[in-house]
Design a protein around this ligand. Sequence first.
Ligand SMILES: Cc1cc2nc3c(=O)[nH]c(=O)nc-3n(C[C@H](O)[C@H](O)[C@H](O)COP(=O)(O)O)c2cc1C
Length: 210
Amino acid sequence: MGTINALNWRYATKSFDPELILEDEKIDLLKQAFNLTPTSYGLQPLKLLVISNKSLQDKLLASSFNQKQVTTASHVFVLCIEKKIDTSFIKNHFELVKEIRETPDTVLEPFRNFLIKDFSKKNDEELKQWAKNQAYLALGNMLTVCAIEKIDACPMEGFLPNKYSEILNLDDSQIEPVLVLPVGIRHKNDMFSSMKKVRRPIEDVVIDLV
Ligand SMILES: Cc1cc2nc3c(=O)[nH]c(=O)nc-3n(C[C@H](O)[C@H](O)[C@H](O)COP(=O)(O)O)c2cc1C
C-alpha cells in the first residue's frame, strides 16, 4: 500500500468489531511510535496508558459522551501529560542524555540551565498547553503508524478528563489524560468506512511560493 493509499484507508472508526483483538506485536509497535515521537527539547512530558480490559472500557463509556468506540475497541490508549514539569523533571532528562550518550556535564550544562530558566518563567497554564501540544504530536504519529500497519483507530478529544482520572485512579498521580485513541479492527457494518473523505481542495490549503 502506498503512503497516500494508506492515509486514505484510515478513517476515524466509529465502530470496531468487539470480537477482534489486535496482536501484541501491533500494540507494541504503537507503544514504540508513541515513545519515538519527537517532542519539544526532547523532554517527553507524556505517558501512555494502554487499556485492554472490557469492563474498564465499559466504565469509560459515559465519560466519553457515550461514544461506543471505547467499548468496542480492542485496546484503548489514553495519552496523558505530566502534571509536574519542574527543575527536577528537566534535570532527569539531562541525566538520561548523559547516561545514553555519555555526554559530559560540561557540555550539557549551558542548555540544561537555559531550559530550567526558560521553563521557570512559564505559568501552570502555559506548561499544560506546551505539554498538550506534545501529546497531539504523539497522536498524529500513532495515527500515521495505524494507517501504515492497517490498524483502525479513532482519535478522540470527546471525553471528560476529570472523570477518566477518577475511573483510572489517576487523581493522586502525576499524570493527566488529554487524548484518547481506541484502536482495533473496523466493524463490517461501520458505515463510515465506505464514506468519501471530506477534505478542502488541495489548492485551497497549500500555497506554493516559488
Ligand atoms: C484531535 C482530534 C479529536 C477528535 N475527537 C473525536 C471524537 O471525540 N469523536 C469522534 O468520533 N471523532 C473524533 N475525531 C475524528 C475527526 O472527526 C475526524 O478525524 C475528521 O472528521 C476527519 O475524518 P477522517 O479521520 O475519517 O478522515 C477527532 C479527530 C482529531 C484529530
